[in-house]
Structure formats: structure tokens, C-alpha cells
Design a protein around this ligand. Structure first.
Ligand code: NAD
Length: 500
């Protein structure tokens, strides 16, 4: 039975949608309803955007160090509530408790890191061409940001967007994935408690579709920061492109771990199991391909199959569980649909491959951790994002072939190489067409102080996190102050381009 009802947060008040409709928030491990959430309409989106627009003028003038103080307080509250937040996250989207704690920790790290930007946000002061003239640049906020987020990191990813947007003086309308309204509400509650003025952050709950389109098209939304699937990202970019709106898009991946013939195979194996099956393979950086040099392939496959078969499925709150459910029935069906596709194309299911139908597992959206072998680089399972606990092993004969296979996908998020050869490692670091590269570590586990994002169709060139995040949520303004008291023409205009 539902115990909690989750509401929108608009103009500093918790409110139900104008339609009065609600949707269910369920535990993917057993189908239990853990909460109901208000189902927003386009009228609610309008109210949220109007509220953000009204708050913008005072928030952009609110001193940035003071904005930072609010974020520091928010970080401290998160730390205090870490265990409760993690527990609710596991109930809401299924990942095992330790990983939920990691998700919250990443949100804390990001919040503290960005809070410090309240006292930085450096611009340049440079020498001017002319005497008695000052030349400098400073960051300017965009205005109202739409933050549209996925369910797989329901706490961390919203902080990646909301914290830099706020510190730079933007106001925000936050639309989380409909699978994870509870964690979104918790994040907004924390920022409210930390003292964020009303209207600066607004929350609208509900499924994407019409709601998302309306938000993206709204004339008062200046920038859309989106993380999610490539299909939705392309759709949003198309609408925003016509309206000349700024978009930051972080999309899908088909990440790979390369294991060369000089690698420590057991170390690689640990990295593969963690990266392929952690969060049930639903991380954007999940290792859904393993590219194995033929010198180590047999040994690696034998061990990987053994390890995958031993992983225990279960509820993410149980300490015995290695792998939780996938997020929904639709996700479970999608993962299962790839098994016949793989076999038809000539791959072999060496471990897993089934949806469990017995006992408690039958009530949830589980899929066995699956290893596919005999996979060729152009097969669908080696090209498409399955987003479940499935990894495909592709064998290669050389470093050259490994790099070629790695880059043979439209995506470019994360990659990893296991090798003891320094030359191979550096060659890989140079040639991998991915925004994140690991050497002797799996494809998951990025740190927030470096840029996060992908090349090629994984995004549109922007990066989250690190200093790069500031570039998404601000625009450069170049300022010239002439204090000579006379008209001075810039070098390009004076005396045929010669310096005066
Ligand atoms: P999704 O595209 O289905 O949904 C993402 C968000 O977009 C949700 O809030 C959804 O409600 C909203 N949405 C849906 N239709 C919309 C529309 N027409 N207009 C506006 N918003 C709309 O993605 P998902 O299933 O929630 O997330 C999984 C995907 O996210 C995977 O492809 C994964 O690789 C990707 N992802 C990428 C990164 C990254 O940084 N590159 C990080 C995490 C997840």
C-alpha cells in the first residue's frame, strides 16, 4: 500500500498537479507500490517555468559565494541522510544498497565541489591593444535551465546539472524520470531546507512525452540539460535546434573493456564483472563489450562465465544480493529480446540468458547476468545499447584490431584497456574514441572533478562535472573598458591594422 504521496515543487510550495492525476512509484524487485506521485500537465510546466523566470532576476544578483553557502549546507544534509536516501533509492530503482550509497556520495561530492565555485568562476583579465583600456571576460548565466534526467543515477545526475546551474546564477525546472520521483523530491527537499529561495528550483513530476516536449519548447526556457537515451536526446535536440536553444545532451553508450595478451587476466576479470553487471548493466558506462586478445580469450571467457554464473540475483536491500532487477518490465523485455537476436546472428549464450520464473525473483524484473561469446563486431548485440546485465565477448588478434573494434560503434562514452605494456597503454589512450578512458580499471566509476561525457553520438560535445560543467551553464561575456577619455579605435580599425 502506498504510504507516501510525492508532489511538485513550484514557487516554493509543494503542490499537486492541476489535473489531480497520479502515477505509481514501484519497487522493481517485487512490484510493491512504494509511493504515488502527482502526474503533471503542461499547465504545471508553465507554472514551474514562470516561477523560475520570476526568481531569475534576484537569484542572478545573489552573490555567488552566498549561493555556495547554500550548497555547502545542502551537502551536509545529504551526508547526514546518506543511508536513508540510499535505502529509498534501492527501493525505487533496484540497484544494490552499496551502489545506491555510492550514487548519493557522488551527489555529495558534486555539491561540495561546485559549492567552491561560488568563490571562483574565474574569467580572464588580459592586456588590451590600446593604452588606458581594460579587457576581461566573465561568465554570465543563461536564465532558466530545464534539467531532464534519467533514472539510473537518480540522485547523482540531477546534482551534476542542478548544482552548477545554480552556482552560476541560473534558475531551474527539474523534470526527473518517472521511475524515480522519490529521490528527486528528496533532493529538492534538501535544497529547500538548505535555504534556497523560492522559485529558484522547481520540480515537475511525470512521464516525458508531452510534458518534456512542452518544457523544451517553452519560450522562457533558455537551456535544456538532458541525460538519457539517444532517441530522446535526438528528439529534444531537433526541437531545440529549430528554436536555436542551447542543449547539453549526454546519451547512450556501447562501452568496451579491451584485454590484451599481456594483461593480468584476473585483474581484468574483476573489472569486467563489476563494469558489466554493476547496477544490473544499467550504467551509461557499463561494459557491454569485452574485446579479448586471442592469447587470453579462452582463459578469460572460462573464468568470466564461471563468475557470471555465481552472481546472486535478489532484492538490492539484501546483503546477499550481487545483482538487482532492471528498472521495469519494458527494460526486462528489451534485455530478453536480445537473446534470440544474438543466437540468430551466430552468438552463443555462455552464461545466463534467462528471465527467472521461480520464487520471489518471478515477482520482480530480473534477468540473469549473461555472457555472449562468438560475437562479431557488427552484430546487433555488439552495436546496440541493451542496458541490462549482458556483455558480449569479441575476440581479436592484435592491438590494432582491438582499437578498430573498440571504435566501431556510433557511441563514444567509456573504454578501458588491461595491459602491462606502457606503449600499448599510451597508444590506446591516444586512439580510443571515447570521452573517458581507463587503464587497468573497468569502464565505470568516474570522479566528479574531471569532465564526464562522450564523443560521437554519445552526446553533442558538452561535458558534465569538473570545470567543464561551468561552460555548459554559463556564457562568456567579454568586456572592454576604455578609460582614455577619447575615441580609440581598436587595432583592426586603426591605421590599416597597424598598432597606433
Ligand atoms: P529516456 O531517454 O527514456 O529518459 C530520460 C528523461 O527524458 C526522462 O526524464 C524522461 O521522462 C524524459 N523524456 C522522455 N521523453 C521526452 C521528451 N519527448 N521530451 C523531454 N523529455 C523526455 O532515458 P532513460 O531510460 O531514463 O535513461 C537511460 C539512458 O540514459 C541510457 O541510454 C543511458 O545510456 C543514458 N544515460 C547516459 C548518461 C551519460 O552521461 N551519457 C548517463 C546516464 C544515463
Amino acid at each position: 500500500m502506498a504510504t507516501t504521496h510525492l508532489k511538485n515543487y513550484i514557487d516554493g510550495r509543494w503542490v499537486d498537479s492541476s489535473s489531480g492525476d497520479a502515477f505509481e512509484d514501484t519497487d522493481p524487485a517485487n512490484g510493491d507500490i512504494i509511493a504515488t506521485a502527482t502526474k503533471s500537465t503542461t499547465a504545471d510546466v508553465d507554472k514551474a517555468v514562470e516561477s523560475a523566470r520570476r526568481a531569475y532576476d534576484s537569484w542572478r544578483l545573489f552573490p555567488a559565494p552566498k549561493r555556495g553557502e547554500i550548497l555547502y549546507r545542502a551537502g551536509a544534509i545529504m551526508l547526514d541522510r546518506k543511508d536513508d536516501l540510499a535505502r529509498e533509492m534501492t527501493l525505487e530503482m533496484g540497484k544494490v544498497l552499496a551502489e545506491s550509497k555510492g550514487d548519493v556520495q557522488e551527489g555529495i561530492d558534486m555539491t561540495y565541489y561546485i559549492a567552491g565555485e561560488g568563490r571562483r568562476q574565474f574569467g580572464d583579465v588580459v592586456p588590451a591593444e590600446l593604452p588606458s583600456k581594460w579587457a576581461m571576460s566573465m561568465r554570465n548565466p543563461h536564465g532558466v535551465i530545464a534539467a531532464i534526467t534519467p533514472w539510473n543515477f537518480p540522485f547523482a545526475i540531477p546534482t551534476w546539472k542542478i548544482m552548477p546551474a545554480l552556482i552560476l546564477g541560473n534558475t531551474v525546472v527539474f523534470k526527473p524520470a518517472s521511475y524515480t520521483p522519490m529521490l528527486a523530491v528528496r533532493l529538492v527537499e534538501i535544497l529547500e531546507e538548505a535555504g534556497l529561495p523560492k522559485g529558484v528550483l522547481n520540480l515537475v513530476l511525470g512521464p516525458g512525452g508531452a510534458l518534456g516536449d512542452h518544457l523544451v519548447q517553452h519560450p522562457s526556457v533558455d537551456l535544456i540539460s538532458f541525460t538519457g537515451s539517444s532517441d530522446t536526446g535526438a528528439h529534444i535536440s531537433e526541437i531545440a535546434g529549430r528554436l536555436l536553444k542551447r542543449v547539453s545532451a549526454e546519451l547512450g553508450g556501447k562501452n568496451a573493456i579491451v584485454v590484451l595478451d599481456d594483461a593480468d587476466v584476473d585483474l581484468a576479470l574483476d573489472g569486467i564483472v563489476w563494469s558489466a553487471f554493476g547496477t544490473s548493466g544499467q550504467r551509461c558506462t557499463a561494459a557491454s563489450r569485452v574485446i579479448a586478445h586471442h592469447g587470453v580469450a579462452n582463459d578469460l571467457i572460462d573464468k568470466l562465465v564461471g563468475r557470471a554464473k555465481k552472481l546472486r540475483l535478489g532484492h538490492g536491500l539484501e546483503s546477499t544480493t550481487d545483482v538487482g532487477p532492471v528498472v521495469s518490465k519494458a527494460a526486462q523485455d528489451k534485455v530478453a529480446s536480445y537473446m534470440p537476436i544474438a543466437e540468430k546472428e551466430g552468438a552463443t549464450i555462455a552464461a545466463g540468458g534467462r528471465v527467472p520464473t521461480e520464487g520471489a525473483l518471478a515477482k520482480g524484473f530480473f534477468h540473469e547476468p549473461t555472457v555472449l561469446v562468438d560475437v562479431k563486431p557488427n552484430m546487433r548485440v555488439a552495436q546496440e545499447e541493451i542496458f541490462g546485465p549482458v556483455t558480449s565477448v569479441i575476440e581479436v588478434k592484435s592491438v590494432d584490431e582491438a582499437v578498430k573494434v573498440l571504435n566501431n560503434t556510433k557511441y563514444g562514452l567509456s573504454s578501458s584497456v588491461y595491459t602491462r605494456n606502457i606503449n600499448s597503454a599510451f597508444r590506446f589512450m591516444r586512439d580510443a574514441e571515447t570521452g573517458i578512458v581507463y587503464v587497468n580499471a573497468g569502464t565505470i566509476g568516474a570522479e566528479i572533478q574531471l569532465p564526464f561525457g562522450g564523443m560521437k553520438s554519445t552526446g553533442n560535445g558538452h561535458r558534465e562535472a569538473g570545470r567543464a560543467a561551468l561552460d555548459v551553464y554559463s556564457e562568456w561575456k567579454s568586456i572592454y573598458v576604455d578609460y582614455s577619455g577619447k575615441l580609440q579605435r581598436a587595432q583592426m580599425d586603426a591605421d590599416g591594422g597597424k598598432a597606433p
